[in-house]
Design a protein around this ligand. Sequence first.
Ligand SMILES: Cc1cc2nc3c(=O)[nH]c(=O)nc-3n(C[C@H](O)[C@H](O)[C@H](O)COP(=O)(O)OP(=O)(O)OC[C@H]3O[C@@H](n4cnc5c(N)ncnc54)[C@H](O)[C@@H]3O)c2cc1C
Length: 321
Amino acid sequence: MAGILLLAEHLNGAVRDITKEAIGAALSVKEQLGGPLVVAVIGENADAIANAVDLSGVDEIVTVKMQGDHFDPHIYEECALQLGMKYKPKLVLVGHTVNGMACASAVAARVGAGFASDVLALSADAGTVVATRGAYGNKVNLEVAFPGREIVVLALRGATYPIPEGAGSAKRSTFEVDLGEASKAMLHTGYIEAPPSNIDISKAEYILSVGRGIQEKDHLPRFEKLADRLGFTFGCSRPIVDSGWLPKPHQVGQSGKVASVCKVYIALGISGAVQHLYGMKHVDTIIAVNTDPEAPIFNVATYGVCMDLFELTKELETQFN
Ligand SMILES: Cc1cc2nc3c(=O)[nH]c(=O)nc-3n(C[C@H](O)[C@H](O)[C@H](O)COP(=O)(O)OP(=O)(O)OC[C@H]3O[C@@H](n4cnc5c(N)ncnc54)[C@H](O)[C@@H]3O)c2cc1C
């Protein structure tokens, strides 16, 4: 086992940044892992898409022709396994994205590989991979080693490694995969584009989010205005989106967006369900306002305020008018 196999992610014909960042991450350990960096592009237009991953330091780009360019976890899983048999990589890299997470752990389980998700740094010493990831609500960083595992599968967090500069001159090859039953597991019926939005929770440094505690849709403009005045991006919990009060791009959490670079997060009337906390795990400072002293949000809050959010908002409105 040597080298790195990276599964490229693409959408509507464009390679996603996470794949280019993962190339950057792979290059940081390529030498120590003593083998090539192979990037696999899977899909109907894999050849055209492949050009975008030909970055400096990539040794080989292998294209796997499939019907359609959509992501199907079963197909990617099967491709990863069969590509793995050919290239025998020490490290398999994917993005820590909805797609990556849908196939990476399955690949690891099927080959008995070591596995870590949400990896924010990797290193390798004498051919041994070490991954760094957060723990205890990201309060500490853990270095995870994989003793006894010949292969390691890692899902890399976005925006942690820079995209390598400069075009590469990677060898091009093609690979045929026998999908067997994997092709029948899911039926892709099409994409539904989210409505355009100028909100990007993943890039916001300051976020003010509201939850079900605000009680009524009519109260929303007040908090939106306050967020605006403070210079904060306006976020929310899922029930606010599910009720149709705010569009999806505002949603923080597991099925919404992760506040990846947020320095200060104000949570008003949000209980702190695990799915919401998932979107806040990288936040430096959390200020939570909730009337319930037992609300789980207080377990992760840097500053907890146990009071009526409307009272606090009134005070803030007076001060920031
Ligand atoms: C697969 C899956 C994915 C999910 N993904 C997400 C996700 O991405 N994001 C997400 O947010 N949720 C997600 N959820 C839903 C999640 O489990 C919770 O239901 C949701 O986060 C709760 O939202 P909330 O905190 O706004 O509401 P609640 O849990 O109802 O909390 C409201 C809080 O407001 C407080 N409150 C009430 N009145 C006041 C007041 N006047 N002043 C101060 N505090 C007050 C209450 O004490 C309470 O703690 C997901 C669930 C599933 C199953």
